[in-house]
Design a protein around this ligand. Sequence first.
Ligand code: C2E
Ligand code: CA
Ligand code: CA
Ligand code: CA
Length: 279
Amino acid sequence: AKSDGRHIARFFDPGMQAAADRQSALETGLRDGLARHQFVLFCQPQFSIRGRLVGAEVLVRWRRENGALVSPGDFIGLAESSGLILPLGHYVLEESCRALARWRGDRALGKLKLAVNVSVQQLRGPDFPAEVAAILARSGAPSRKLCLELTESIFADDKQDLADKMHQLCGQGLCFSLDDFGTGYSSLAYLKRFPLAALKIDRSFVHDVHVDPDAGPIVKAIIALARQLKLEIVAEGVEHEEQRDFLARSGCYALQGYLLGAPMPIEDFESMYGAAGHA
Ligand code: C2E
Ligand code: CA
Ligand code: CA
Ligand code: CA
């Protein structure tokens, strides 16, 4: 193969090479960023349909050396393919639990549930339940306030192993919600098979709920299904009052989106919603 110059030339396509270089520079950046604590937690509030603050979702951001704030959409994929999602996910979970421990002493924040996104690779690790137990113990966080968000992609894995791990984790007091519901690989049978506390309706459905004649009935059906199965329901990506009103009329339990509050640095979230700030 070495003598076949044309074949080799294909591998060294300059465009592909440039893409590969960018990829590896980004990977090095991620690795350094982890070592230098450049990852920061943002929080987005979640409200009950009546307008009471009930929880928040943690969304990670990467604050680069030059001050630029990078969205997870630009690095989670690479973190997953490079394995860096494991230390990054650990860091996010640890910081989230430290926040929950801090919030214990606050009349308002102490009531909130905190949702943390967990990647399928984290859950695949045989030690994940023990890792979570250790983080909970070390931080002193109330496990009942912790909710782990999983996407439907986990259902492509070994289902018995997944169910066992989820039950072990539930035994520690935390709960699970299924993120981006309706967009991925999932069978309705899974909703009964795995210990889930909530479904999050993907924002693609919420987006045109008040305009698209198909989106409305789909959202109504998801809400009815969740109610039958005694699952809580959170609609994400709520941007307009029409969407909120439609969701309220359809019996949705909780809402998250720019209309109600954008993700913000966790310190800002604490001063905005903490009782200490208002008392
Ligand atoms: P997600 O879990 O579906 O999170 C919701 C995304 O929607 C967030 O994007 C949030 O900023 C955005 N959003 C919130 N309200 C609205 C709205 O009203 N309209 C619209 N158009 N968007 C809204 P973000 O922060 O860029 O995060 C993107 C994804 O990255 C997340 O999607 C999640 O899958 C992943 N991610 C974020 N943090 C973590 C993490 O700590 N670990 C892992 N494994 N994944 C994470
Ligand atoms: Ca999520
Ligand atoms: Ca989501
Ligand atoms: Ca989503």
